[in-house]
Design a protein. Structure first.
Length: 408
């Protein structure tokens, strides 16, 4: 039986996101802990590396979205793999804070060009009825990457962070380029159709599925004039305040604030990732059956509540609660937020619309690590920074409830 090529793209996207998740996103926390201890660099300064990823993504987003809308994502991913590999190799050779920032400029550009953004837009074009399900399976790689955190920490302890960065760069190159070759702009490019099944106009709808309307065809300019565009963008950015702060600073907080070892801290992150995988699988099972606004709002409550449990953890049970709430919310939320934009605005200019949204979302990506790291340096611990971020995220859940589908 022939496998629908859209599922091959989903599989390749999951593998690529796994690599970026374990080697860069989750690995960033291990690099921050190692470099802070070895070099004595402040948490605020090291948080700038994570901020660079968000800034570069925001700057590249509109141009990258415009190019993908017109030419597809393959060349973007190929270029991104090369740049990301180079950035990791440069990271393995740094001696100064300036060199650290230079390496992360390359890493940021590489992850933007070859990561979540181009694969998400491609998957949107290959699926309609199963869009939320396909996007959830794509993000499974992002979730599984967290399980590799103990392995990344072990390689750093065994061979050092330099060897870990060098090996990561080579691995990205060897695996990423073949994945890029899978990408085609739409099913018609290879003689297939959306979802892999020709639409029979006389066949009844399966009762378990609610079809995604094919009607919306917003241009980027029209989308910018809607209330929903701004509510979704700001809400998404607020959600990432907690996600990026935890990715960069959770290991340091567990070590310095709560007294756990690096191995124990990595175990907590692994448990969080198991719950994230559960959230992804739950989202895949839900598909397009539930109101994505309500699901997204509920996930915001999970993010905020989980961060408060991490901040004030009195015993390991609190950390388990953090892992369950934050991990599950993270696994569910991302694919549903992306699918909402396609449902609301259509696919005609979805790359440009996603790119413009990235500018808004970047504020949350940048702000989370900077606020948490800056207040930690100011107060001596992460409690104030994490608490402020958690309260903002909890309040941000209301934005998704207000983000109703715009009219034609």
């Amino acid at each position: 039986m022939k496998i629908f090529h859209g599922w091959r793209i989903v599989g390749g996207a999951a593998v690529m996101q796994f690599l970026q998740s374990c080697l860069v996103m989750h690995g960033m926390g291990a690099y921050v802990a190692a470099l802070s201890q070895e070099r004595g660099w402040s948490k605020t300064a090291l948080s700038g590396g994570a901020a660079l990823q968000s800034i570069e993504g925001a700057l590249l987003g509109p141009l990258q979205g415009w190019l993908i809308d017109r030419f597809g994502a393959r060349k973007s991913v190929q270029a991104g793999v090369l740049v990301l590999s180079a950035g990791l190799i440069v990271l393995s050779q740094i001696e100064t804070l300036g060199g650290f920032y230079a390496a992360f400029v390359l890493i940021a550009i590489g992850t933007a060009l070859s990561g979540y953004f181009p694969f998400t837009i491609t998957v949107m074009h290959w699926f309609r009825r199963k869009r939320a399900r396909a996007l959830s399976r794509t993000s499974l790689g992002l979730a599984l990457g967290g399980l590799a955190v103990p392995a990344v920490a072990w390689t750093m302890q065994t061979w050092g962070w330099r060897s870990t960065a060098l090996g990561s760069g080579v691995l990205v190159l060897l695996i990423g380029l073949p994945i890029a070759s899978l990408l085609h702009r739409s099913p018609s490019d290879v003689g297939e159709v959306e979802d892999g099944v020709p639409v029979d106009p006389n066949a009844p709808e399966p009762p378990a599925l609610t079809p995604v309307p094919a009607g919306p065809r917003f241009t980027a300019r029209q989308a910018l004039r809607t209330r929903a565009f701004w509510l979704l963008g700001v809400g998404h950015g607020i959600a990432l305040l907690s996600v990026t702060a935890i990715n960069v600073h959770a290991i340091s907080h567990l070590k310095e604030g709560l007294g756990y070892s690096l191995a124990q801290a990595a175990l907590v992150i692994s448990l969080m990732t198991v719950c994230q995988i559960g959230g992804v699988l739950g989202g895949s099972a839900m598909g397009d059956r539930f109101d994505k606004r309500v699901v997204s709002a509920g996930c915001m409550l999970g993010h905020g509540g989980g961060l408060l449990l991490l901040t004030y953890a009195q015993n390991p049970v609190w950390l388990v609660g953090f892992a369950v709430l934050h991990g599950t919310a993270w696994g569910l939320r991302g694919p549903f937020m992306s699918s909402l934009r396609a449902d609301y605005f259509g696919l005609e200019s979805i790359g440009m619309i996603m790119g413009l949204s990235a500018i808004i979302v970047a504020a949350g990506q940048v702000g989370g690590p900077i606020v948490a790291g800056g207040l930690r340096d100011l107060t001596g611990d992460y409690k104030l920074g994490f608490t402020v971020l958690a309260l903002v995220v909890l309040a941000g859940s209301a934005l998704f409830l207000m983000a109703r589908k715009p009219g034609p």
